[in-house]
Write a protein that binds this ligand. Structure first.
Ligand SMILES: NC(=O)C1=CN([C@@H]2O[C@H](COP(=O)(O)OP(=O)(O)OC[C@H]3O[C@@H](n4cnc5c(N)ncnc54)[C@H](OP(=O)(O)O)[C@@H]3O)[C@@H](O)[C@H]2O)C=CC1
Ligand SMILES: Nc1nc2c(ncn2[C@@H]2O[C@H](COP(=O)(O)O)[C@@H](O)[C@H]2O)c(=O)[nH]1
Length: 328
């Protein structure tokens, strides 16, 4: 590992190619992921302060990918039923504890097959995740299974071999993650290099998860092999965001907290996440639109017409060329 180049998003600049389109609006940012095609290779993090049922429905209706979080367990079945009744994509998260096996049984017995199921735990390279992948694939073989989180090529291969249709890469690079400081482990500080390593080993799609601080980081993730990019903080604090609104000195902020924080868990045990306040932003759609436009520009700089063109561009490593870490 010590001979492996390590870098993060701010250390990389993509090198432009000759433009082949007349307008950035010609650039196609859509991506096929599983059986469906989405407008952007971006998915809001499956966290309680980022997504709720209303946002999920909005995203599904407007052809964006979404993953509902798993923290309101009882709401998941009615959510799948509601989405199916509307002809919308159903995409939920599960954990690995015993009751989750019962939940999978319940869905299978009712013939309710979610289009996407994400197995969402901190340390995804584990038998508990491997067993859950196998169980879902046995009971709900038509569901597309995303498994994570992992940070190594070995983990990607093992989860793929167990039957995962995609893996989610990122241990500790998130804005509200404290895994790096609490445990000494993870991909925090070299997330983009970890995405590169994992993508090289992968035979199926990978989702780059965490550490996205600018829209340009989405293009960089695609360059280094991600099919989809999971984004938390950039989607937090919108008008529609579920995080609580807080007023400080006359200014409006919204809460964004980690799924492994005490605010999510309700107790201070195995805490690996924190809470921050982010300035209130506008509407979610404005951010999605800007993200799409910025990605269209990225595609034009890549000298292509679609996301594929981003995957081959040259890059240079310019250590900390823009700013250091989280100082946005
Ligand atoms: N991407 C990231 O860097 C991280 C993300 N998170 C997010 O926080 C949420 C909570 O995660 P998590 O605590 O895993 O969920 P859970 O509390 O549901 O834990 C899942 C199961 O895995 C066990 N477990 C969790 N971590 C470990 C570990 N390091 N070693 C062995 N067993 C473990 C737990 O047991 P027990 O609790 O008894 O150990 C539990 O049985 C998730 O949404 C996850 O994505 C959390 C940390 C890092
Ligand atoms: N180590 C922890 N990671 C967490 C926690 N809650 C969520 N996450 C991860 O962060 C990303 C979002 O990252 P961002 O940089 O875009 O804000 C999310 O998808 C999870 O993988 C946590 O409590 N601890």
């Amino acid at each position: 590992m010590n001979n492996t180049p390590v870098f993060d998003y701010e250390d990389i600049q993509l090198v432009p190619n000759k433009c082949i389109i007349k307008s950035r609006s010609e650039a196609d940012t859509s991506v096929k992921f599983g059986k469906h095609t989405f407008r952007l290779p971006v998915v809001p993090a499956n966290m309680q302060t980022i997504i709720d049922e209303e946002i999920a429905e909005y995203l599904a209706k407007n052809d964006y990918f979404y993953i509902m979080h798993r923290f309101d367990e009882a709401a998941r079945r009615p959510f799948v039923e509601k989405m199916k009744a509307q002809g919308l994509i159903s995409s939920i998260s599960v954990g690995v504890k015993d009751n989750e096996y019962e939940f999978i049984d319940e869905l299978a017995e009712a013939g309710l097959v979610p289009d996407y199921i994400t197995i969402d735990i901190a340390h995804g390279h584990s038998d508990s995740v491997i067993n859950m992948i196998k169980y879902i694939k046995e009971k709900l073989p038509e569901s597309f299974v995303i498994a994570g989180n992992v940070g190594t090529p070995e983990a990607v291969r093992e989860l793929e071999n167990a039957g995962a249709d995609a893996t989610k890469v990122g241990i500790g690079p998130g804005k509200v993650c404290i895994t790096k400081v609490k445990t000494g482990f993870g991909t925090g500080g070299w997330q983009l290099a970890a995405v590169r390593l994992c993508a090289k080993a992968a035979r199926k799609p990978i989702i780059a998860d965490g550490g996205i601080r600018t829209h340009g980081d989405i293009a960089k993730s695609v360059r280094f092999g991600a099919s989809m990019v999971m984004v938390g903080s950039l989607f937090a604090a919108h008008e529609e965001s579920p995080g609580k609104t807080v007023e400080v000195d006359g200014q409006l902020f919204k809460e964004y907290y980690g799924s492994a924080s005490e605010y999510q868990k309700g107790e201070h045990k195995n805490v690996e996440g924190k809470k921050i306040l982010l300035p209130h932003k506008g509407n979610l759609q404005d951010t999605l639109t800007e993200m799409e436009q910025d990605l269209q520009s990225s595609i034009s700089y890549a000298g292509g017409k679609d996301l594929e063109s981003l995957t081959k561009v040259d890059y240079v490593i310019v250590k900390n060329s823009i700013w250091n870490g989280d100082s946005l």
